[in-house]
Ligand binder design. Structure first.
Ligand SMILES: [Zn+2]
Length: 298
């Protein structure tokens, strides 16, 4: 396949409307997704401010990583953006305006399937310009106690993810995928947000999880699932979905093998800031060096 088709910048051709409940706020938000000019990036706008107060997606616009990614500027904030961003990333949508009349992206059914359905049969507009990928040339890592992320050179985007919870239903789950669009649709997109019954009191006390229900969350007690899992390892698959949303904050495709253990939004954000720092000075030469290196190893 011609890489240029994969990495061309892309927007949507027509306005797409949608609405749903926010998992944390419990409030309904209406979204309008609008086509955007080349190099606009992914931009969130609040309906009442419009383009006067946009929030452009980048690691620097993140203000909170507690239970979700929250972006903000000095005027307003938008939460739980990671699932939508994960979808944009895998579908290669680089330029789009997301107008919201509330402060949280809808959770839908907890997975990305409804988002894929919303975009189904909608046309994308492909620009001629390429969104230059970051080709990981050397190992990079970050850790915090027993949590860590490592990225190694690879000729594809691959994620190997381990989670471990002190809960007999989940215990340890491990999954590994090479993230093509087809694999994403089949293996990752259906995996829902998950939560534990024992945490509900704490979450509600902190105004979190107010929109959570069995319709949008895989709920787990100390001895069973309260609704049927879609995969035997649905939780780790959902963590991969979240992880993709987080690395998408970089705004460029990344080619590398991520090995992730027990990470969450906060460590993910620290890691992409590190990648950004290392690779901000290596632009076009990056690909040439990578190809040279790859051909030496054949
Ligand atoms: Zn999630």
């Amino acid at each position: 396949m011609n890489n240029q088709n994969i990495y061309n910048r892309k927007t949507i051709e027509d306005v797409i409307c949608s609405e749903g409940i926010g998992i944390h706020s419990g409030k309904i938000t209406k979204l309008r997704l609008l086509p955007a000019d080349l190099n606009t990036g992914i931009v969130f706008i609040q309906k009442k401010f419009g383009m006067k107060s946009p929030i452009k997606v980048s690691p620097d616009s993140v203000v909170d990583t507690n239970y979700a990614i929250t972006l903000s500027n000095d005027k307003w904030r938008i939460s739980t953006v990671e699932h939508l961003l994960s979808f944009f990333y895998i579908f290669g949508i680089t330029d789009i305006i997301v107008e919201a009349d509330g402060n949280e992206i809808p959770i839908y059914d907890g997975s990305i399937n409804p988002i894929i359905n919303i975009f189904n049969e909608k046309k994308f507009y492909t620009y001629e310009e390429i969104n230059n990928p970051i080709y990981i040339l050397n190992p990079i890592w970050i850790f915090n106690e027993d949590k860590y992320i490592i990225v190694l050179p690879s000729d594809e985007l691959k994620v190997s993810y381990t989670i471990n919870y002190d809960n007999p239903v989940i215990k340890t789950q491990y999954a590994q995928f090479v993230l093509s669009k087809d694999i994403f649709i089949k293996e990752i997109a259906p995996a829902r947000t998950f939560g534990f019954i024992k945490d509900i009191g704490y979450l509600h006390k902190n105004s979190l999880g107010l929109g959570g229900s069995l319709q949008n969350t895989l709920l787990i007690s100390d001895d069973s699932y309260l609704n049927d899992p879609r995969f035997q390892d649905e939780c780790v698959r959902h963590k991969i979905l979240d992880f993709i949303g987080d690395i998408s904050l970089l705004g460029r495709p990344i080619i590398g093998h991520f090995i992730v253990c027990k990470s969450g939004h906060s460590l993910n954000l620290g890691f992409i800031k590190k990648i950004k720092e290392i690779y901000s000075s290596i632009e076009i030469g990056n690909k040439i060096e990578f190809i040279k290196k790859a051909s030496n190893t054949i």
